[in-house]
Design a protein around this ligand. Sequence first.
Ligand SMILES: Cc1cc2nc3c(=O)[nH]c(=O)nc-3n(C[C@H](O)[C@H](O)[C@H](O)COP(=O)(O)OP(=O)(O)OC[C@H]3O[C@@H](n4cnc5c(N)ncnc54)[C@H](O)[C@@H]3O)c2cc1C
Length: 459
Amino acid sequence: MAESPAAPPGGKPLVVIIGGGPAGLCAAAALARQGCSVQVFERREHPDRIPSDAEDRAFVVGLNPRGRLALSKAGFDLEAFERPNSGVVAVRDVKALRSGKKQGGVRYPFKMLLGDRMSWVRLMLEQVEGMGLDITCTFNTACEGLDLQGRCASIRRGEGPAEPVPFDLLVGADGVYSKVRGSLAEALPPGQLTFSLEPAPRLYKVIRDVPAEEFGGGGQVSQFHSRAPGDSPFGRYENGKLCGTLRMNEKGWEGLHSPADYEALIRTHFPHFPAACVPQVAAQLAERSAHVASTRVSASTFHGPGVVLIGDAAHAVLPLTGNGMNSALQDGAMLGELLVAHGGCLEVVPAAFTAARKADADALLWLDKRSHTRLGFEGRWAPRFLLAQVQGAVRGALEGLTRGAVRPWVTSGLYESPDLRYSTIKRRLMIEDAATAAALLGAAAAALRWLAPRLTGAA
Ligand SMILES: Cc1cc2nc3c(=O)[nH]c(=O)nc-3n(C[C@H](O)[C@H](O)[C@H](O)COP(=O)(O)OP(=O)(O)OC[C@H]3O[C@@H](n4cnc5c(N)ncnc54)[C@H](O)[C@@H]3O)c2cc1C
């Protein structure tokens, strides 16, 4: 390839990043800031735009304080993300609208930014290109494999032949179906890198740009919940437009074909959805196909010699915890921090990354699965779901009694405290779960002790 230098220019360490998504672009800025020469190769021709055949890439993603901190560590200007018409909106209020129940609401005690994935990538690309750092982004260019011994990636631009591109460090930021991960697993001795993929049991469709005057002011988000078809659509109001996704389990989509079918679904299960928007939303839903709402990825390690996996390529979770992109950004920023911590020695960064990140990535997967069960997606008789009901009632009472001073670990930990490790949150929740289970067993035993003599006496 013409732009691919055969040797590191000016003796700078050469970093090749596969994938120009949030993780790859954050890593590019973080590593170039530490003096690396960075090349990003992205398979898509226009990763910052929605091609007509890829509406699925326009789902709405929330940036919480974890992602914010990571982006600022990598040198991104967060204020620029919030300028008018950036495609990203700052949100404080979330209205939760449940069918058959009165309206609820959440006020985020932190700044949450919402935007579709394309907007995030566009905004990050603009900044990466304007940072004046040694970063080259090449699109329509895919990684096809790795030569670990020769430290070369096989890179194909468009329909052209694959060419070798040398690297000192290769960062696999190529998402759930990572080619880098697959090639690394093949190149390493058997068993060294094993991984599993677990598709979400839910499918989603994107809703875009529906005029929605009824939604009130900008920065307000409405979530529409329904138990019946399985899940909820999620809307946001920005510049008078409604964007979001409808997510349901497979059963929920059965028998839905025409706009009239979708109108009936919305009217029955999402009664709070503004009536004026229903025909347009229904028309969009009828014409688009449904996509798997992400896939869990669990890998035994995140590195091999000269290669590191980050973001969804290493540890993807479902959208439930709202931490997939945020943790991917943390990974990218962490590569820069590890390089500094190891005195600029790029060679040790991959192993150091696994050592620093594996426990937290495993904990995030655990939190993701826990949320899934606790929201009732695995049945209303699952022990974790029942435990969640008890804990919810106790927490609700405590929150009320302490006027909000006692708050759920998950909310405060996953979103508000950008430095709190996922593994710490997991440990606290395991203790809380064990304490609740023990209290419930104790209460059951006490009730039995009280009942038994009365029952035997009565007999
Ligand atoms: C419906 C939905 C809602 C979500 N909501 C949230 C949310 O609210 N909050 C949150 O934090 N996360 C959310 N997520 C998750 C979030 O989108 C991902 O975790 C995040 O995009 C991961 O970033 P990444 O850079 O690791 O991977 P990706 O975003 O998948 O980027 C990988 C990039 O690599 C490119 N690529 C792939 N293969 C190759 C190759 N061989 N060569 C070159 N390039 C390649 C791809 O084209 C892509 O651009 C949501 C996901 C979905 C599906």
